[in-house]
Design a protein around this ligand. Structure first.
Ligand code: ATP
Ligand code: MG
Length: 430
């Protein structure tokens, strides 16, 4: 190999011990989903390109410049690495007719791909957790998914994540607002930057989302969608607010919250933090009642969110939140390689009984000194060493040696009766 092979820029290896943090996070997510009755769905990472080009609607950052698209060498199909989860889930729900007997509550965890400039909190392969509640039209489910995110912050021990809320109304309301926006921006054409000019007629709503400081004042004074909402849209928003108020969840109505994807209607929301610099949105979502039909299904309402796993984990790290210790219960010290078959059989019984045992790995020259084995035992984080010495084995015993303060006295345990005493070694999170 002449050149040193490196991971693709913006795509990261996930290594121990950081991976333990990820596993803990994922387990916390799965437990949360079970509590709310959301079932796991797993869709392919590669999808037909038209799914996103159509599914994401008008001119979005993602469709414009962020997708990893390529041609299938065999048949010329246009394919894309999924940049987000919702379109694929909708495709799967439609293709498999999942809504035939009513609404479905679904969640996913997995990698997404966007060709962005890599920086802190922004990668080319990143991970999302998402929930999608499909077939439910009521504001109660909007509130439900918002509250799921709130529960997740609590389960993870995260504070400082704020909720921002808005309503995008229904398509006719947006059309009226859009017309007013175009008129407004056309009257101030000299103040628009290049990007805004390009978006003026394709997707003027996105101009409101500009990060250009020079355009802030202009954008502040633009016509607000809120003033174009009809009675039903206001009622829906107020019903969501009533639930949030009842559970004591504070929120800020942000009339400029428009979200990156164009398929949303009515409720949109973001969970944001000030502690991650510019990449402050950790979770975003809303209602997308038009998307299922757009992707070829029978019209059905839906609401969901997507959460950036890297950003949530960065926030946890920043806040000093650490997952429960992941070390083994016991480290097996095996002085003599001759005893390995017998010892391994005992260790397998312990593991079958639920005890986390790390067995010392010998080398081609034998097991190594007792001193070096105990050093490894210490480094493993185990609370006990199980010493399978020759004398002990001859008596049908193993020595149990506590490695941490408060672990009790060293003692002998019978090999014949592993399940009985093995249980006493189990501690901490599995
Ligand atoms: P942003 O405005 O930060 O680009 P977005 O609107 O593109 O976000 P969504 O498409 O709503 O983001 O995705 C949901 C979440 O996924 C975001 O809130 C964020 O936490 C995370 N996310 C989006 N893009 C990236 C990325 N390139 N790297 C890491 N996380 C990301
Ligand atoms: Mg983006």
């Amino acid at each position: 190999m002449s050149e040193k092979l490196q991971a693709v820029k913006g795509m990261n290896d996930l290594l121990p011990p950081d991976s333990a943090r990820w596993e803990w996070f994922e387990e916390t997510v799965r437990a949360l989903m079970r509590r709310y009755g959301y079932a796991n769905i797993r869709t392919p990472i590669v999808e037909p390109t038209p799914l996103f080009v159509r599914g994401l609607g008008e001119v979005t950052d993602i469709v414009e410049k962020e997708m990893y698209s390529f041609e299938d060498k065999m048949n010329g199909d246009a394919l894309t690495l999924r940049p987000e989860g919702t379109a694929g889930v909708v495709r799967a729900v439609v293709q498999n007719n999942l809504l035939y007997d009513g609404g479905k509550r679904l969640f996913y965890i997995g990698p997404m791909f966007r060709h962005e400039r890599p920086q802190k909190g922004r990668y080319r392969q990143f991970h999302q957790v998402g929930v999608e509640a499909m077939g439910f039209a009521g504001p109660d489910v909007d509130a439900e998914v918002i509250l799921m995110a709130r529960s997740l912050w609590r389960d993870l021990g995260l504070s400082d994540v704020r909720l921002e809320l808005n309503s995008l109304g229904q398509p006719p309301e947006r059309q009226a607002h859009r017309a007013a926006l175009i008129t407004y921006f056309e009257a101030h054409l000299d103040q628009l930057d290049e990007e805004a000019k390009r978006r003026l007629h394709s997707n003027p709503l996105r101009i409101l989302d500009t990060k250009n400081p020079a355009m802030q004042a202009l954008v502040e004074a633009a016509p607000q969608l809120m003033d174009f909402l009809g009675e039903a849209s206001i009622k829906h928003l107020n019903a969501v607010r009533a639930v949030l108020d009842a559970v004591g969840q504070p929120y800020r109505i942000n009339p400029r919250l428009v979200r990156g994807m164009d398929y949303y209607n009515l409720t949109v929301f973001e969970w944001v933090t000030d502690r991650l610099g510019a990449q402050g949105t950790v979770c975003g979502g809303g209602r997308y009642d038009g998307l299922i039909e757009q992707i070829g299904g029978k019209s059905a309402p839906a609401v969901g969110w997507g959460l950036g796993v890297e950003r949530v984990l960065a926030l946890l790290e920043e806040g000093g939140v650490t997952p429960p210790a992941q070390g083994p219960d016991a480290y097996a010290v095996v002085p003599d390689a001759q005893a390995l078959p017998q010892v391994t059989a005992v260790i397998e019984q312990l593991r079958a009984a639920g005890v986390k045992v790390m067995q010392h790995a010998g080398g081609k020259d034998g097991q190594g000194s007792m001193k070096s084995q105990f050093k490894k035992a210490d480094a493993s984080g185990a609370r006990f060493a199980l010493v399978f010495g020759g004398d002990e084995l001859a008596q049908g015993m193993v020595a149990l040696k506590p490695l941490r303060a408060g672990g009790g006295e060293q003692c002998l345990k019978p090999l014949a009766d592993v399940a009985a005493w093995g249980q006493d070694l189990v501690g901490g999170a599995a």
